[in-house]
Design a protein around this ligand. Structure first.
Ligand code: PLP
Length: 380
């Protein structure tokens, strides 16, 4: 089995989550909208999961709108909020995930003014830039809690405080944060937050938008009025149950997992530096499990393929855009030279990874680097 070091792309399904889901994949096939017994069982399971998801982020169950994942949750907020506000200004972090930045950019077609928040060399948004951009006409501000590539954490509570003071709605993409660091919607002071089950040991195909009850969004999907009218479509009961079970496991595991991953990641960073790598986002607060690095002159895609051959699964950028040969937009927003950005490789650790695997990975990387360098010297 290859060694999996790509947990920001997706995580293995937690066996306890699978156990919780199995009855709803086998015998409990009811539609949660049906009035009969199987329907009632499904409804109860969905409402229990709603409570579990809400509890994981310090929210009320009634604030949770289940979606198909993080992409849909982010689109629901951006398009749904824009649909309820008069045409205004939207402010979005320049390093946001494409499923936030693209819908925000798309608002420009409807007459909105779109302003992108600059990131500094560490990848952190500049609060002064937000102060300069905020105006009485600002309707929305979007910034992520933790970056999928660099792992860099954004000062979301400070951004939210400023956005609120200006009368704007603040949305945080918390997809990469939940399960890795504490997430509390009240402490952050955001109006809404997106989550995704498959990033924390849950199944693919479930996520949520957690929403301040005082704000109303225009739904993306119209139909039977599921999810209090916010997201029509028969609920994906097994996936929602799995999402709830994954969320329920967060509090009891978070501290140990954070400690475990941070120790491995710090060791990894030290080993990478010894190989001459540049680690992006160093100096900023980062997710404990993530490192994004480059070895000058060695293409990131090539390294990922060579490392895969050596039995290690890593990424050259965000999985959602890994078929693209463009350098990471986030690194470009941080002012990284495009040639160096093309060399970027991401390692994202999980609870099952070990110190031995990290050592084995850096050994394999060292061997690949040596081989590629001698090949390059031969053709030069
Ligand atoms: N937001 C961030 C920060 C992500 O990393 C991802 C996925 O990689 C998403 C949103 C999209 O989530 P999903 O895969 O559930 O659509």
């Amino acid at each position: 089995m290859p060694i999996y070091l790509d947990h920001n792309a997706t995580t293995p399904l937690d066996p306890a989550v699978l156990e919780a889901m199995l009855p709803f994949l086998r015998e409990q096939h009811g539609n949660a909208s049906s009035r009969h017994e199987p329907g009632t069982v499904a409804r109860r399971a969905v409402e229990r999961a709603r409570e579990q998801v809400a509890a994981a982020v310090g929210a009320q169950a009634s604030q949770v709108v289940f979606t198909s994942g993080g992409t849909e949750a982010n689109n629901l907020f951006v398009k749904g909020a824009a649909g309820m506000r008069r045409v205004q200004q939207a402010i979005v972090g320049a390093a946001e995930h494409p499923c936030v930045i693209e819908p925000v950019r798309d608002l420009a077609r409807g007459g909105w003014t779109v302003r992108e928040l600059a990131a500094d060399a560490r990848g952190v948004y500049d609060l002064r830039d937000l102060d300069r951009a905020l105006a009485s006409s600002t309707g929305l501000v979007c910034a992520m809690l933790a970056h999928n590539e660099t792992g860099v954490l954004q000062p979301v509570a400070d951004l939210a405080q400023r956005a609120r003071a200006a009368g704007a709605w603040m949305h945080a993409d918390a997809v990469q944060a939940l399960g890795k660091i504490p997430v509390d919607i009240v402490a952050l002071g955001v109006h809404s937050m997106s989550l995704s089950a498959h990033k924390l040991g849950g199944p693919k195909g479930a996520g949520a938008l957690v929403l301040d009850k005082r704000i109303e969004l225009r739904p993306l999907l119209h139909g039977g009025g599921h999810e209090s009218g916010m997201r029509s479509g028969t609920e994906n009961v097994p996936a929602i149950v799995g999402f709830g079970a994954a969320c329920e496991r967060v509090p009891s595991r978070l501290a140990a997992q954070e400690r475990h991953c941070r120790a491995l990641r710090d060791d990894l960073d030290a080993r990478l530096r010894a190989l001459g790598a540049v680690v992006f986002g160093e100096g900023a607060a980062r997710l404990p499990n993530t490192t994004f690095f480059a070895i000058e002159g060695l293409d990131g895609e090539t390294l990922v393929i060579e490392l895969d051959r050596a039995g290690y699964c890593v990424a050259s950028g965000s999985a959602c855009s890994s078929h693209s040969t463009e350098p990471s937009a986030t690194l470009l927003a941080m002012g990284v030279d495009p040639a160096l950005a093309r060399c970027a490789v991401r390692v994202s650790l999980g609870p099952e990874n070990t110190a031995g695997q990290v050592a084995g990975f850096t050994q394999a990387l060292g061997a690949v680097v040596g081989r590629l360098r001698s090949l390059a010297a031969m053709v030069a």
